[in-house]
Design a protein around this ligand. Sequence first.
Ligand SMILES: *Cc1c(COP(=O)(O)O)cnc(C)c1O
Length: 372
Amino acid sequence: MDSPQSPRLQIAGKELINFSSNDYLGLANHPRLKEAAVRAVEKFGAGSGASRLICGSLAPHHELEDALAAFKKTEAALSFSSGYAAAMGTICAVAGKDDVIVLDKLVHASIVDAARLSGAKLRVFAHDDLNELEDILRWTKDRSGRTLIVTESVFSMDGDLAPLREIVALKDKYGAWLMVDEAHATGLFGKNRRGVIEAQSVSDNVEIQMGTLGKALGSSGGYICGPRVLIDFLVNRARSFIFSTAPVPAAAAAAQAAIDLVRSAEGDALANKLWSLVKETKANLTKGGWTLSAAQSAIVPLHIGAETKAVETAAALRDDGIYIPAIRYPTVARGEARLRLTLTAAHTPNDLEKLFAALSAIHNPQSAIKNA
Ligand SMILES: *Cc1c(COP(=O)(O)O)cnc(C)c1O
């Protein structure tokens, strides 16, 4: 890519309309974030110089963490160099070999890797299968260790939402802890755009809230929000926090500017615009014969199935000026290849028209399957 993150990408001299970004609110290239980053560079330099616990803990990191806690309405927050690092450091700090970690089958690789590294006993339930989750929790009841359930609130490759209220009811019934990854929800869902935790009114029932600063918040980094005692514990025990150079000041400052923006009237307007584009897209594609499964977010996957077919379809779209790469194994299961179409508030009605035209012009692999 030879251009900033935006709906229009320059790739090797060609302009393509980008329908694959996680920059859901169009903030990655927003003037307010860029100004905040530039100001931070001028005041604090390009690098942070050391890990947080040595001398790399700069004012922008603390201001970001205060802003995150205020935004999410938790006692405290901790920022990491990435969402991946946040999952790694946190899961390995709170669960060990005497404990059980229970995962939805479709959680992100960062959570799977962290759960494996923690040494805890791993149990996986079929996607959204609350009966299987309860069977596992029943089994943990007689064990002595702690039980940690980890789920995403918006699933990254399917765009569907987790039933957080039901999961909270189960974790309360069996005395487990719940960690929710809001990577694709922060800034988008709920009255104050805090995420699906807010939208489903379970803010007081989730022990550990996790997310990234690199998607709707348009910057880079990861975070954990929760009680003060959890954050103090992580400062002392999360190895990806302790043994890694602090994020650059520009990233922290840009993320803080993004939180301010999301909490303003402009943030509301951007999110509302995004949801209306999502609605229009789903209506148009459904009319065109695409089956859109349970997608309820800005992620609208077009399921293709065969890997080669998905790659061919992506190539045909690219010839038409539309960029949606094929997502294949190992990011998704074998034979479940898809075009992971995402929308952002920065798309224009004209962008959508071009998308709809290109999708109806290509051979629709889904209707081909149905007609076979
Ligand atoms: C992107 C993502 C992460 C990792 O966040 P980074 O900041 O990119 O490391 C974690 N969980 C989910 C669900 C994601 O989609």
